[in-house]
Design a protein around this ligand. Structure first.
Ligand code: ZN
Length: 93
C-alpha cells in the first residue's frame, strides 16, 4: 500500500515518521468526513427526488428477472422511464 501526500507516493512499509503518519491520518480523516457529508446531503436530495418522481412520473412498468444467486432469480417490476421499482413507488404513495 502507498500513501499519497502532496502528489508524492510513499510506500507504507518504508520507514515513515510518526509526525508524517499523523499528518496523513488527519488529512484522510478530514477527507472522509467531507465525503461522508456530501454522500449524506446527496442521498437526502435523491430521496426527495425519488419521492417526487414516484408521484409524478407516468410510469411504464417492465418486468424483469434478477439473479439472486446461481440457482435463484427474482422477479422485479420497475419503471422503464424513472427506473424506480414498483415496490418503491407503492411505499412512497
Ligand atoms: Zn417512472
Amino acid at each position: 500500500m502507498y500513501l499519497k501526500k502532496n502528489n508524492y507516493s510513499y510506500k507504507m512499509d518504508s520507514n515513515l515518521s510518526t509526525e508524517f503518519l499523523i499528518s496523513i491520518k488527519e488529512e484522510y480523516d478530514r477527507e472522509i468526513n467531507t465525503l461522508n457529508n456530501i454522500i449524506s446531503i446527496k442521498q437526502d436530495r435523491l430521496d426527495e427526488i425519488n419521492d417526487i418522481l414516484a408521484a409524478q412520473c407516468n410510469h411504464d412498468w417492465q418486468t424483469d428477472y434478477v439473479d439472486v444467486d446461481v440457482e435463484r432469480s427474482e422477479i422485479i417490476k420497475y419503471c422503464k422511464k424513472c427506473n424506480l421499482t414498483y415496490n418503491t413507488v407503492c411505499l412512497a404513495a
